[in-house]
Design a protein around this ligand. Structure first.
Ligand code: ADP
Ligand code: MG
Length: 358
């Protein structure tokens, strides 16, 4: 129901968390290897994301802030095989519409200097500077998030600590992505400046193993209490293939699912980790799969009373067995045959937990 609401309202940026997420995803899509996120006053004043990615070519300056402008998707058929985080060209235009100001500084490999672009609320370019010193990459600064919508702004101000916490959780999830991805790790650092005092909130060390990333994020002690989560199982999926009008075929097929990640060891009377330390991905994309999360927690609890484990779980599925295009923020992913997947997962986890115990 939530997803439907988001769909009809058509906004990608619905809170602080999604604002930051979209900016970081753009940096990752631009193949950045170093990303810095700077919050001022928990994001109330500004959010700035600085990357060393490809930069934005001058031919795109006039269109980047416009709705549905994207450089990432050539044809609609590509939707089943999107490999970039973004593909709808809605984030920058939403941020322009929903904040006091959006300023972009960017430089590409072809331009040994940068350009500062200030965007209008409708995404058009308000001003464009001459040449400024800038290494290759892009900085996007968003100030006064939601100030054009006083009610939503008030809500953000009232709950800013909690909203900031959610944003940090998501940034942690992204800090772990490259490691589950098997590609060179991204250096991600996040800071918050309050009344002129800057504090580092998280920082990865660029190592490409998941364990090393966990250690960098939460300290080496964390590693003593976790084990590999490594599952392979099959799911019977019922797929109805809708071709042209009137031609619907339904077929059952078996899909192989892999789950890769880490989970807390069983420890009698072990401390509670809490679901704020649980990270779920589908094909390396951080997402909300709350039913799957709930099922995994339930099985875990039958083995180990009173604990919510630390979980990093990346579900590797055939791309056509899920749909990331359900909600604008792409956090809600529709899993075809979700209930069969959950059943199969429960069995696989139970088997693996039973054998690791004996
Ligand atoms: P999408 O990511 O769906 O393409 P966005 O609104 O998020 O749409 O971004 C619009 C366009 O702006 C992108 O397609 C990309 O060309 C450009 N862009 C935005 N942020 C960056 C960045 N950090 N580095 C390079 N290009 C960027
Ligand atoms: Mg984007």
């Amino acid at each position: 129901q939530h997803a439907i609401h988001q769909l009809t309202s058509g906004q990608v940026v619905i809170d602080l968390q999604t604002a930051v997420k979209e900016l970081v995803e753009n940096s990752l899509d631009a193949k950045a290897t170093n990303i810095e996120v700077r919050f001022k006053d928990y994001g109330l004043k500004s959010i700035e994301v600085i990357d060393n990615g490809t930069g934005i070519g001058s031919e795109d300056f006039d269109s980047i802030g416009l709705k549905h402008h994207t450089s990432k998707l050539a044809a609609f058929e590509d939707l089943t095989s999107v490999t970039t985080f973004g593909f709808r060209g809605e984030a920058l235009s939403s941020l322009c519409a929903l904040s006091a100001s959006v300023v972009i500084t960017t430089a590409t490999a072809h331009t040994p200097f940068g350009t500062i672009l200030e965007l209008n609320r409708d995404g058009t370019v308000k001003s464009r500077s001459g040449k400024v010193a800038r290494q290759r990459g892009t900085t996007v600064s968003v100030s006064g998030l939601f100030t054009p919508l006083p009610v939503r702004r008030k809500e953000l101000e009232r709950n800013v600590k909690r909203e900031f916490g959610k944003a940090l959780h998501l940034l942690n999830a992204y800090a772990l992505v490259p490691c589950t991805h098997g590609v060179p790790a991204v250096l991600l650092s996040v800071s918050n400046t309050v009344q002129g005092k800057k504090s580092v909130q998280l920082r990865t060390d660029g190592s490409d193993s998941l364990r090393a990333a966990v250690s960098a994020l939460w300290g080496p002690k964390m590693l003593e209490n976790i084990v590999e989560l490594n599952l392979d199982f099959d799911v019977e999926t019922e797929r109805s293939v809708l071709r042209r009008r009137g031609q619907e075929t339904s077929n059952t097929m078996t899909s192989g699912v892999r789950v890769r990640g880490l989970i807390s060891k069983f420890s009698v009377g072990g401390g509670r980790t809490g679901i704020d330390r649980q990270f779920f991905y589908i094909n390396h994309r951080p997402c909300n799969i709350s039913k799957v999360q709930k099922a995994l927690n339930e099985v875990y609890r039958t083995f180990n009373m009173h604990q919510s484990p630390f979980i990093v779980a990346d579900f590797i599925l055939p791309p056509d067995s899920c749909d990331i295009n359900v909600s604008p923020d792409k956090r809600t992913i529709l899993l075809h045959s979700e209930s069969s997947l959950i059943e199969a997962l429960k069995h696989a986890v139970t088997d693996s937990f039973s054998s690791s115990r004996s």
